[in-house]
Design a protein. Structure first.
Length: 240
């Protein structure tokens, strides 16, 4: 997963290690953070595989264009004087043609893999590099996973031992319902051939997820699932 994220960011622009680490957290939402102890070994593996390369060393700023040869020479001499002896620039990485192909392979493979939330978010961050039918397929699989998650969460609500345990499960249920609503908006935008709208701010109306998805707190109504007026018991779910 880390290699896919690195290659995806380097497709956009060349970056050094610190910039990569910062963008992994800020742009792609690696909430647990990425340590240099995991980032640089991943970069080394990619470099050894010919997927990334060092493109330059940012040790000093460029000499400004003053319009005067004498002025530029003076600036160059001043820059050399300021630089400490033995200073090393930051190694800047760029993606290679092999890296471009590897990125496409990893992204295509990831779209068929785990339903882990972080993996899906990473796939979605680079979904613009997928063909439209692959994006729609990825979103439809995610929607099916969320529907299944909601079914199990409703069963867990009924089995909760007390109000505190119930409230935790209900919190997860609300989060899954919100995610389902979001995925359905993305799907609608993809099928209409337009870019998805930004996420609404907290407190803004998003519509009733039960009406749009067939999922309600009383049961799913999607074709092939149980009717909305019947909440399955754990025994029914195990022995249909």
């Amino acid at each position: 997963m880390l290699e896919l994220a690195i290659l995806g960011l380097l497709k956009e622009q060349e970056l050094h290690g610190y910039e990569l680490k910062k963008r992994l957290v800020e742009t792609l939402g690696f909430v647990s953070g990425v340590s240099f102890g995991s980032l640089y070994p991943a970069l080394s593996r990619l470099e050894a595989a010919g997927a990334v390369k060092a493109v330059e060393s940012r040790s000093l700023s460029a000499v400004p264009h003053t319009g005067s040869l004498g002025g530029e020479l003076a600036a160059f001499r001043a820059r050399k004087t300021v630089a400490p002896r033995g200073s090393r620039g930051k190694k800047v990485y760029g993606i290679t043609e092999r890296g471009e192909r590897l990125f496409d392979e990893l992204l295509a493979a990831e779209t068929q893999s785990s339903d882990d939330d972080r993996v899906f978010n990473l796939r979605l961050a680079f979904a613009r590099y997928l063909p439209p039918d692959a994006r729609i397929g990825m979103l439809e699989r995610r929607r099916a996973q969320l529907v299944e998650r909601l079914i199990h969460l409703r069963i867990r609500v009924q089995a909760a031992r007390d109000s505190y345990a119930r409230s935790l499960v209900e919190h997860d249920q609300e989060a899954a319902e919100h995610d389902l609503s979001w995925i359905e908006r993305l799907l609608a935008a993809e099928r209409a051939g337009r870019h998805p709208e930004p996420e609404p701010q907290l407190g803004s109306p998003t519509g009733n997820v039960a009406e749009r998805s067939g999922i309600s707190r009383h049961g799913p109504t999607i074709s092939g699932l149980r009717p909305s007026n019947h909440l399955p018991s754990p025994e029914e779910d195990i022995n249909p």
